[in-house]
Design a protein around this ligand. Structure first.
Ligand code: SAH
Length: 248
């Protein structure tokens, strides 16, 4: 079981597979006022940076589930590196429908809400693992500027303008789902650069090491086109944030 190989190539050197930076991830952990021993579930945990650093900084106990064997392995290595391997567990698997045996204080899905068919389904899924009064974390894009045309949305690699909302509407939509928004940390364009531009050097190095790979042409084409596409579209139009929710 694995995600499409292109992501394992382009994001192989990423610790965080989203436009949030280490500093903002730390700010989010502090903002949530995490207490020692609180359980955190993370669906689509990637390379485990959120759980590992929060285990180190706040003493949380974490479980992450991710479909990429490579990222899951990186998460386990990171846990060893930070000395938190006895606090965090990383499971390789499909997080669709995953409900934890023990209820958690924080249930997160940061930049992977397709796992449960979108924001609505993800909130419902996470809620099943949550203690009364627990916090749901959703990492999700929104429109920083509304694309004037569908072509601009496509330039952002988004299927349609209607796939995302503007920030006020996204926040209002959480309310309509019966949730209070109790905190948020938003990415900025520098954070987007860390996520997107970091792929370019990774692709360039991968191409040098794998010139005859069957994905080499695809990766070469992406490396040639991505900087301009990203600067013209994603960087200008797409926002991203992590939203902390509590059920009313
Ligand atoms: N939350 C992490 C990773 C976000 S990227 C971070 O912020 O760094 C999205 C992640 O979802 C990738 O790691 C990918 O491997 C994982 N993923 C995609 N589909 C999945 C599924 N069905 N079940 C579990 N993980 C999945």
């Amino acid at each position: 079981m694995d995600i499409p190989r292109i992501f394992n190539i382009t994001e192989s050197a990423h610790r965080i597979h989203n436009p949030i930076t280490p500093e903002k991830l730390a700010a989010l952990g502090a903002a949530l006022r995490l207490e020692t021993g609180v359980r955190v579930l993370d669906l689509g945990s990637g390379s485990g940076e959120m759980l590992c650093t929060w285990a180190r900084d706040h003493g949380v106990i974490g479980t992450g589930i991710d479909m990429s064997p490579l990222f899951t392995e990186h998460a386990r290595i990171r846990a060893e590196e930070l000395g938190v391997a006895d606090q965090v567990k990383f499971i390789h698997g499909d997080a669709a429908g995953y409900v934890s045996d023990e209820k958690v204080g924080v249930a997160a899905c940061v930049g992977a809400t397709w796992i449960a068919g979108g924001v609505v389904g993800t909130i419902e899924l996470l809620a099943q693992s949550l203690h009364n009064g627990g916090i749901i974390l959703i990492g999700e894009p929104y429109w920083r500027r509304l694309p004037p045309t569908e072509d601009v949305a496509k330039g952002c690699l988004v299927g349609s303008i209607s796939d995302y909302l503007m920030l006020p509407e996204l926040l209002a939509s959480f309310g309509r789902l019966g949730c209070d928004v109790v905190e948020m940390v938003l990415a900025d364009q520098d954070g987007w650069d860390r996520y997107e531009a970091a792929k370019w050097l990774t692709m360039r190095r991968w191409l040098e090491a794998n010139p005859d790979d069957q994905l080499a042409q695809d990766v070469r084409a992406r490396l040639a086109s991505e900087p301009e596409r990203y600067a013209a579209y994603t960087r200008e139009y797409l926002g991203w944030g992590v939203f902390a929710l509590m059920r009313r």
